[in-house]
Unconditional design. Structure first.
Length: 183
């Protein structure tokens, strides 16, 4: 495992939208997980941090269809660029954590769901539409045994807030982050 400060510092150099406080929260939240799924890895900023805190010989399942990002503040040169950066991130993960088994699912989250029987922890940051986010919460909650969490619970993305509010009876938002955690 990479130390907390080093993992956050290195991860923040990867393109993405997670704040340093969120990277730190993910490091603590998924510490020791043995089978983790990340829905919507983008370039891998949150993925790198999580990989550095997983348990020894853990499995890291990445669900990323490479559709790009429609966030106005983060225009992309193209999906190929995103794919190259994410592959570079996974190479860095393999370098720092060769014990972690990395598996890609180049599918939408719902198409990948039947291929993933179970996971200990899951982080949802894929399609931010209400219907898609709702489907991810319901589908992946059913196969997650320990911690289901997601990103972008804040007023700038009301569709995520609405999906979380309508599909989870109990959840919390981690302090100084936009990360929600199902209770």
């Amino acid at each position: 495992m990479m130390r907390f400060e080093e993992a956050v510092r290195r991860a923040y150099q990867i393109p993405g939208m997670c704040w340093p406080s969120e990277l730190g929260a993910l490091y603590r939240l998924f510490h020791g997980s043995m089978r983790h799924v990340e829905i919507g890895a983008f370039c891998g900023r949150s993925l790198f941090t999580t990989a550095m805190t997983l348990g020894r010989n853990a499995e890291l399942l990445i669900v990323e269809p490479f559709f790009g990002c429609d966030a106005e503040e983060f225009p992309l040169p193209g999906p190929q660029w995103q794919q190259q950066v994410l592959l570079g991130t996974t190479s860095a993960i393999n370098h720092h954590r060769p014990d972690v088994q990395v598996q890609f699912f180049n599918y939408t989250s719902l198409d990948a769901l039947p291929m993933i029987s179970t996971c200990q922890t899951c982080y949802i940051d894929g399609d931010h539409g209400f219907a898609e986010c709702s489907a991810d919460i319901v589908g992946y909650r059913a196969i997650t045994t320990q911690t289901l969490a997601g990103h972008d619970y804040w007023p700038a993305i009301p569709s995520v807030m609405e999906a979380v509010n309508q599909n989870l009876e109990k959840f919390r938002v981690l302090p100084k982050t936009r990360i929600w955690v199902a209770e």
